[in-house]
Design a protein around this ligand. Structure first.
Ligand SMILES: C[S@@+](CC[C@H](N)C(=O)[O-])C[C@H]1O[C@@H](n2cnc3c(N)ncnc32)[C@H](O)[C@@H]1O
Length: 211
């Protein structure tokens, strides 16, 4: 992220907006009481706090590529010691990111949260595949994303720095999910003419014939 986006992400308006997004996600997919959760791209940890307080998760393993964000999140989440693991690494390799603490294995988590980060990842389909890999069958993927529609707007292009190629529209993101066994049904909404996408997908349960 460039300096302008970093400043915005760490600002009070972003925290207010994230609070609203969390409410919308609860309405779409319910809370996660007692759950073991992973969060990709935790930034300064405000979403992690919402996952613990508002969604009721028991524990969150959170990753961010930027070590400065992990430092901020560590400060913010000090009072949740024992319930949070913060790691520097990539959302596309959670096993490596959480290796020291034994997280990021196949079917490890009841829920995974993505608060506006997958659109930053050049190989974004790999991030979706990684979310699906670490979810338990029946586990939920909560996502809040910025689409190609928003990224193409002059303000976004002028102010922020995102990968230029192969960004996803809301429809393309939703179409990718079932390729990884993630089923969203009608639990999604777009905002501001398709600029933003929020939703909750559930990982398929194994079918009766599987061993
Ligand atoms: C727009 S910010 C969102 C931060 C926070 N989730 C929020 O909603 O305020 C995107 C975050 O994704 C992180 N990020 C970008 N690529 C990543 C990757 N491959 N793996 C993990 N985090 C990544 C950035 O460092 C940044 O903190």
């Amino acid at each position: 992220m460039n300096a302008i986006e970093t400043a915005l992400v760490n600002s009070p308006p972003r925290r207010w907006l994230q609070h609203y997004e969390a409410h919308a996600l609860v309405r779409l997919g319910g809370r996660t009481p007692g759950a073991r959760v992973a969060e990709v791209g935790c930034g300064s940890g405000y979403g992690t706090k919402l996952i613990l307080d508002q969604f009721g998760a028991a524990r969150v393993d959170a990753v961010d590529l930027d070590p400065a964000m992990i430092t901020r999140a560590t400060r913010r989440l000090r009072r949740y010691a024992g319930r949070v693991l913060l790691a520097q690494g990539s959302a596309t390799d959670l096993l490596a990111a959480f290796s020291g603490a034994g997280g990021g294995k196949d079917a490890d988590y009841d829920a995974v949260f993505d608060f506006a980060i997958i659109h930053h990842i050049p190989n974004w389909r790999d991030a979706v595949a990684e979310v699906a890999r670490v979810l338990k069958p029946g586990g939920r993927f909560f996502f809040d994303e910025v689409t190609a529609t928003a990224l193409a707007r002059p303000t976004y292009r002028l102010l922020f720095d995102h990968p230029g190629q192969d960004r996803f529209t809301a429809g393309e993101f939703l179409a990718e999910l079932p390729r990884h066994g993630l089923h969203v049904g009608d639990r999604w909404r777009t905002r501001v003419g398709g600029d933003y996408l929020l939703g909750v997908a559930t990982k398929s349960e194994p079918t009766g014939g599987e061993q």
